[in-house]
Design a protein around this ligand. Structure first.
Ligand code: PLP
Length: 324
């Protein structure tokens, strides 16, 4: 049965004139609360929704940190997270990048990991991070709770770009923070209400719809990604394949930027577009966004739900189109 979508921004006070659980949408709303409960259960914590993954990142660091504080950020993860932190430098936040396969640097106030990192696909050393005195955030957008529940491993917060696998159909922008401690969740909830960084009921409703198929989608995407990674590893035009398992995202390198452009524009089933985590497979060269941070021939492939053999034949013909 589909949950109902309540778009109201107001709900009447009770007969005594007292505010009920829902009174004004910026504080809370039934559809958002239902989606948060469902996601919280999957991750084993208290979930809060935000209008995007980047919005969730901004809200979390602004509510946790003070001017002068430093974040240790996993190198090779989503480049936009560094862009967000750099933007917040004007408000006194600093960040340093580190290799998340080892321990974070000393003297930081927050550790920011990504599991697995997009697009370098490294996995964090969670144990080493948890041993630090600073709170630990794991961006588990790519792993999803199907493959990883970081709160069970001692992380304090999980971040999701729910735009990706959680919503999974490329039709809603949404972010989430899942908190291990109820008190931390209350602080973040209050910060969210006061700053107005709130998710819409429509996006929350799409998340509720999508969570029903999350396990099925992610397991199938993971199986297909493993199959394609194996085939790509054996292809002579492919220099390196990055795929640690744990989801439907992989990246691989071809000779140079020209070859990468040729491959990404030659696929017929796989769409040449940004983003990841949806039912439609997407491919793109990351050089256009990340510049020198990535090798010129790096292609990121988000595996959808299409037939695996069809995807492989599409990749094969695109790789054959590449300049020799
Ligand atoms: N985290 C990861 C790993 C991402 O890939 C992205 C977006 O690509 C984000 C966070 C930001 O999410 P959004 O685009 O929903 O703001």
């Amino acid at each position: 049965m589909a949950e109902s979508l309540d778009r109201s921004t107001i709900w009447p006070y009770d007969e005594q004139g007292e505010a009920r659980e829902f009174h004004y949408q910026r504080f809370s709303s039934p559809t958002v609360a239902a989606a948060e409960a469902a996601l919280g259960e999957l991750d084993g914590g208290t979930a809060l929704l935000f209008p995007s993954g980047a919005g969730a990142t901004t809200a979390l660091v602004l509510s946790l940190l003070e001017p002068g504080d430093t974040i240790a950020l996993a190198r090779g993860g989503y480049y936009g997270t560094g862009v967000t932190f750099a933007t917040l430098a004007a408000w006194g936040l600093r960040f340093v990048e580190f290799d998340q396969t080892g321990p974070p640097p000393d003297g930081v106030q927050l550790v920011w990991l990504e599991a697995p990192a997009n697009p370098y696909l490294t996995m964090p050393d969670l144990e080493a991070a948890i041993a630090c005195p600073a709170p630990v955030v794991v961006d588990a957008t790519v792993a999803t709770p199907v493959h990883l529940r970081p709160l069970e491993h001692g992380a304090h917060f999980v971040l999701h770009s729910a735009t990706k696998y959680l919503v999974g159909h490329d039709d809603a922008l949404l972010g989430a923070v899942v908190c291990r401690e109820a008190a931390a969740a209350e602080e973040l909830r209050s910060f969210r209400s006061r700053t107005g960084i709130v998710a819409s009921p429509d996006a929350a409703w799409l998340l509720l719809r999508s969570l029903k198929t999350l396990d099925f989608r992610v397991r199938r995407q993971t199986e297909t990604a493993a199959f394609l990674a194996e085939r790509l590893r054996a292809h002579p035009a492919v220099e390196i394949v990055r795929y640690p398992g744990l989801g439907g995202l992989l990246s691989f390198d071809v000779a140079d930027a020209e070859t990468a452009r040729e491959v990404e524009t030659s696929t017929r089933v796989i769409v040449n577009a940004t983003s990841l985590g949806g039912v439609t497979s997407l491919i793109e060269s990351r050089r256009r966004w990340e510049g020198e941070r990535v090798p010129p021939g790096l292609l990121r492939l988000s595996v959808g739900l299409e037939d695996p053999e069809l995807l492989w034949s599409d990749l094969e013909q695109a790789l054959a189109a590449a300049p020799g």
